[in-house]
Write a protein that binds this ligand. Structure first.
Ligand SMILES: NC(=O)c1ccc[n+]([C@@H]2O[C@H](COP(=O)([O-])OP(=O)(O)OC[C@H]3O[C@@H](n4cnc5c(N)ncnc54)[C@H](O)[C@@H]3O)[C@@H](O)[C@H]2O)c1
Length: 518
């Protein structure tokens, strides 16, 4: 296989590319509503118990999905536990993944159009999500072959042979969120499959059609039917998978409370269970950016606006708090306010917008609640000027002068609300960040190498970005994942990630000849 390279994103500034996207969306809209089945082995079961809609225009039904029942879960895990996928050599497994990457590449516009409709991802981000999904397939395919061919060097003495092998752990339950609706589930699924595990996927209830696409990509690329089941549904489907003794590994990405519940449930050993479950959990954050007194505000303002408001603040890596040195605080707030007031909020399908709607009514209400709290206890320094009334739109807001114990500063809002705090020094900013239970992403703007080193040393986050926006981690370049209550410290798209899905076995053989048995 050729060395891994990231999939190039589309050049949306070019008119012909935008025309292609428009064409893809028209073609998508002309198709009937997508029917997402429960898909186990060769069996599919339809039904429209779960309705997924366009957040920008909630009357538009994008998909109708079946919901996996207890019997479906039982059937899926029974088949997965008996799957022969683990016996397929690593190179053959990798070939399936690479073919699935090609499948996605061929349909990238169609899939991006689906993301625009089902999750209101603006084009740029929808395209980036498809590219990241392709990257995960290509990256983990190579990583698994490497692990099989070069499992690790052990010390060898005369008369003894020591061998390290990595065996698949067993059935993996993947439970995923909606905000990277193809890349995140496919990342977890492909890591599990690349290392020889069968998978039961429980995708987010808000994006079942995106999950259906990725299962099709793998199944239509030669993945045996027993190796991957699609179990759409809401939280209880995920909870049933987590509790089942046939599951060995749970790969979860989502909110903190659900992650903690999964960690707790997975620690219980059911009667007859002969293994400990491993949980790979990537959870929420409250991401802080420090702006020092020497920072160049011409760089800072656009980077902050992008980090906080792209995809309406619904990236786990999005900026939520800015800790600004008192020397530049007022100037920064004034310039941020100017930038936020003119943000263009509109439908995700419009290539001109800065941000679209949030995912659902509940999210819209949550942002409004935190905005009201910020207004009551601090100052709303800016609001975006015009926001559509119809659809699940939330108004982008800049909040300042909040008390240190405000929930607006302490809790993940997951929407377009950015708070700025005044600090006397970078040390004070680091102290405040250190007091937070989260550790996902962070940022620093400074011209001093000493400050950069100081903050890098003190920062607890999994991904720290210096003098740039804090979103947009790339597979293989910025392995991604949080520390503290933001995650179990594993890094998606990084060299160690696959080790979560395998168990080490060491075989030691006495090689001193004792004669042949005939
Ligand atoms: N750290 C990361 O890499 C990362 C990436 C993306 C999103 N996130 C986080 O995800 C959250 C947004 O996603 P969301 O709203 O889909 O999260 P969520 O926790 O509400 O849901 C995630 C998944 O868990 C399922 N689920 C719900 N209750 C469950 C239970 N009791 N047992 C098992 N499964 C259950 C849901 O149905 C869904 O499939 C944010 O907190 C965001 O920060 C983190």
């Amino acid at each position: 296989m050729k060395p891994f390279v990231n999939e190039p994103i589309l050049e949306l500034r070019r008119a012909p590319v935008r025309a292609q996207l428009r064409g893809a969306l028209e073609a998508f809209d002309a198709e009937p509503v997508i029917q997402v089945p429960v898909w186990i082995g060769e069996d599919t079961r339809g039904g429209g118990a779960l309705i997924s809609v366009d957040p920008g225009e909630p009357e538009r039904v994008v998909a109708e999905s079946a919901i996996a029942s207890e019997a479906d879960i039982d059937h899926a895990l029974d088949l997965a536990a008996r799957s022969e996928w683990r016996r397929t050599p690593a190179t053959a497994r990798a070939e399936v993944l690479v073919r699935a990457a090609a499948w996605l590449r061929e349909r990238r516009l169609e899939i991006a159009a689906l993301e625009v409709r089902e999750t209101a991802k603006p084009w740029r981000e929808a395209d980036a999500d498809v590219c990241e999904a392709i990257d995960f397939l290509e990256y983990y395919a190579r990583g698994a072959v490497e692990l099989a061919e070069r499992p690790g060097e052990l010390i060898q003495l005369p008369g003894e042979r020591n061998e390290l092998r990595w065996a698949p752990r067993g059935v993996v339950a993947v439970v995923s969120p909606w905000n990277f609706p193809v890349a995140i589930p496919l990342g977890m699924v492909s890591a599990a499959l690349a290392t020889g595990n069968a998978v039961a996927l429980k995708p987010a209830e808000q994006a079942p059609a995106c999950a259906y696409m990725l299962v099709r990509a793998l199944r239509e690329s030669g993945l045996p039917a027993s190796a991957l089941a699609l179990l759409p549904g809401e939280g209880p489907v995920g909870a049933a998978l987590v509790a089942d003794p046939r599951v060995h590994t749970i790969a979860f990405t989502g909110s903190g409370p659900v992650g903690l519940e999964i960690v707790r449930r997975a620690a219980e050993v059911a009667p007859g269970q002969r293994h400990l479950k491993r949980v790979v959990a990537e959870m929420g954050g409250k991401n802080c950016v420090i702006v020092d007194s020497d920072a160049d505000l011409d760089d800072v303002v656009p980077a902050l606006v992008k980090s906080a408001f792209n995809y309406a603040g619904q990236k786990c890596s999005a900026a939520a708090r800015v800790l600004a040195h008192e020397a530049i605080h007022d100037g920064l707030v004034e310039r941020l306010a100017g930038a936020i007031e003119v943000l263009h909020v509109g439908q995700a399908s419009d290539p001109e917008i800065d941000l679209g709607p949030v995912i659902e009514r509940e999210a819209q209400e949550r942002v409004a609640r935190y905005t009201a709290t910020a207004e009551a206890s601090g100052t709303i320094a800016a609001r975006a000027g015009s926001v559509p009334e119809h659809g699940y739109f939330a108004t982008p807001v800049l909040a300042t002068d909040l008390p240190e114990d405000s929930p607006v500063l302490g809790e993940e809002i997951f929407g377009p609300l950015l708070a700025v705090e005044r600090v006397k020094s970078v040390e004070e900013a680091c102290d405040r960040i250190d007091a937070s239970p989260f550790g996902l992403t962070g940022g620093l703007f400074s011209r001093s190498p000493r400050t950069v080193e100081y903050v890098a040393d003190r920062s607890p986050v999994g991904n720290l970005y210096v003098n740039r926006e804090i979103t947009g981690a790339m597979v293989g370049r910025q392995p991604f994942g949080g520390n503290r209550l933001s995650g179990t410290g594993t890094k998606a798209g990084g060299p160690g990630y696959l080790l979560q899905f395998v168990e080490p076995r060491v075989v030691t053989e006495n090689t001193v000849r004792h004669g042949l048995v005939v």
